[in-house]
Design a protein around this ligand. Structure first.
Ligand code: GLC
Ligand code: CA
Length: 549
């Protein structure tokens, strides 16, 4: 990777989000495992990925796919052992791949020994590690997140006749961050994994650490103070490691998780994601422009993580009620496709399995500021299975080839943790890695090229962003600048040809070269308005050839 000056690794990295259970089964028990990932690192490396994010790997009753941790300092037996983990880290590092893991700090499983003790009696020494109350009326201004299944953030515990607090499922009691012992426990857990060589954490559900009456119990000052303490440890003891913040909040609130460069290194850009889908469906670029214009400047050495899809539902929390209804109508026509405030579908089915649209979505993502994340399987256009409950439909086995079980496992089909996608359109017989490797026009190969281009041109990762008037609401135009590199970017979001007329006199005398297609030639920029015709769903990444006038 071209590392300009002393840019920390996360600034221009491309991430790959990986569900251990779903990737590759190395011991034929039907469940993906750590050793399996180590065997499949070629795929990730060849794609051009810089950092793997592993979904939760700890022992867990798996009521929420591992986001219900029963032991923070061990590996779920389905996934292997600590030795397997060390081996994976070693193999990944040997290939120049970073690895970050999920750190589920807000809550544990109700099976965690801390909670088992805490609920044993009111005077148990661990009682105060969780949030207990005589009434379920406290913190009444707090929203419910899993609206489809939960009616309260409190659950009554028969044995000790008090309620405990949980922002997610009742099997996920929230830890009490007012207790300094909980802080210490979390610091120990961080050190345990960082000492094993990981490159950082994706910090789960970070806004919800503290509760205060009369507030939304989200993004409280106390929470930020705790994040700063975590960061101090990282800076002093593990200066190369990062924290990636999961805060599904408006840009202004997420901004605070960067602090003055003394909280998280990275944060997901949740509000951008649904607006990309709105723009693609409506053929109108306005919402992307608006959200990016509302996105505040972030401290140096901090970076956004931008994404199209992940392991959860496509969340519509960061849009208006009207927009949400529209998104549901457009993208989730069947009730089963909806979950909580979102849509439980994968990228390819959302975009009608239209490779031009899927590529446009990715070209858009890879041309905006921030570090892109690819959700496993989306690089080959995997489908989903809405017959599986909750979010499991987007967590099916990786499709490696057209052999039995999609090449994911040698176990019997009925022993797999979930069936591979097996329908006429998205089934592994058609959609798989091997097929696409051999086909130069495949999504996989085109994703590879996109990533490679971004690596060759640091301006795409690190450049500034300024929007350009294009004369067509369907064409999103912007300029990225970094040092002496300039790229003019245009995306035609419409399914029709568009004519662009842009005032580029600032760049007069320069010769654009389309990074996405060498064969296409362009007129030099002059004083007159610059005119372009853009094919449906076409993108142009026009690199300018020299110094600005
Ligand atoms: C995050 C995870 C989600 C999980 C929740 C509770 O939002 O992405 O999968 O259910 O946290 O831990
Ligand atoms: Ca296995």
């Amino acid at each position: 990777m071209v590392h300009s000056k002393n840019i920390p690794w996360h600034m221009d990295a491309v991430f790959y989000e990986l569900n251990v259970r779903a990737f590759y089964d190395s011991n034929d028990d039907g469940i993906g495992d750590l050793h399996g990932i180590a065997e499949k690192l070629d795929h990730i490396q060849q794609l051009g990925i810089d950092c793997i994010w592993l979904l939760p790997i700890n022992p867990s009753p798996l009521e929420d796919d591992g986001y219900d941790v029963a032991d923070y300092i061990a590996i779920h037996p389905d996934y292997g052992s600590l030795e397997d983990f060390d081996y994976l880290i070693q193999e990944a590092h040997a290939r120049g791949l970073h690895v970050i893991v999920d750190l589920v700090i807000n809550h544990t499983s109700d099976q965690h020994p801390w909670f088992v003790e805490s609920r044993a009696s009111r005077d148990n020494p661990k009682r105060d590690w969780y949030v207990w109350s005589d009434t379920d009326q406290r913190y009444g201004d707090t929203r419910i997140i899993f609206v489809d299944t939960q009616t309260s953030n409190w659950t009554y515990d028969e044995q000790t006749e008090q309620y405990y607090w949980h922002r997610f499922y009742p099997c996920q009691p929230d830890l009490n961050f007012d207790n300094p012992e909980v802080h210490q426990a979390m610091f120990d857990i961080m050190r345990f994994w960082l000492d094993r060589g990981i490159d950082g954490f994706r910090v789960d559900a970070i806004p919800y650490l503290y509760e205060r009456e009369g507030t939304s119990c989200e993004n409280l000052p106390e929470t930020h103070e705790f994040v700063r303490q975590m960061r101090r440890i990282m800076d002093e003891e593990y200066p190369e490691a990062i924290m990636l913040c999961e805060a599904n909040q408006p840009p202004q609130d997420v901004l605070e998780y960067f602090g003055d460069g003394d909280e998280c290194h990275m944060a997901f850009h949740f509000p951008l994601m649904p607006r990309i889908f709105m723009a693609l469906r409506s053929g109108d670029s306005t919402k992307i422009r608006t959200i990016m214009s509302e996105t505040p400047h972030i401290p140096d050495n901090c970076q956004w993580c931008i994404f199209l899809r992940n392991h959860d539902e496509l969340t519509l929390e960061m849009v208006t009620e009207e927009e949400r209804q529209w998104m549901w109508e457009q993208y989730a026509p069947l009730d089963e496709m909806r979950l909580n405030l979102g849509i439980r579908r994968r990228l390819a089915p959302l975009l009608d399995n239209n490779i031009e649209k899927i590529l446009l979505a990715n070209r858009l993502l890879f041309s905006l500021p921030g570090a892109p994340i690819i959700y496993y399987g989306d690089e080959i256009g995997m489908g989903d299975n809405i017959d599986l409950p909750d979010r499991n439909g987007v967590r099916t086995p990786m499709q490696w080839n057209d052999g039995p079980n999609a090449g994911f496992s040698n176990a019997a089909l009925e022993d797999l943790y979930a069936p591979p996608i097996d329908d006429p359109v998205y089934g592994y017989q058609q959609v798989n890695v091997v097929n696409q490797q051999d086909d130069s026009g495949s999504l996989l190969n085109q994703m590879h090229s996109l990533i490679a281009l971004r690596k060759e041109h640091p301006v795409l990762a690190l450049g500034t962003l300024a929007f350009i008037e294009t004369g067509s609401p369907s064409v999103l135009g912007f300029v990225r600048e970094y040092g002496d590199q300039t790229v003019l970017v245009f995306h035609n979001l419409a399914r029709r040809l568009q004519r662009v007329e842009a005032y580029l006199d600032e760049y007069a005398g320069q010769q654009p070269q389309n990074l996405l297609n060498d064969a296409q030639t362009f007129h030099p920029i002059g004083a007159a308005p610059y005119r372009l015709s853009m094919a449906p769903y076409q993108s142009l990444w026009l690199l300018l050839n020299g110094e600005r006038n």
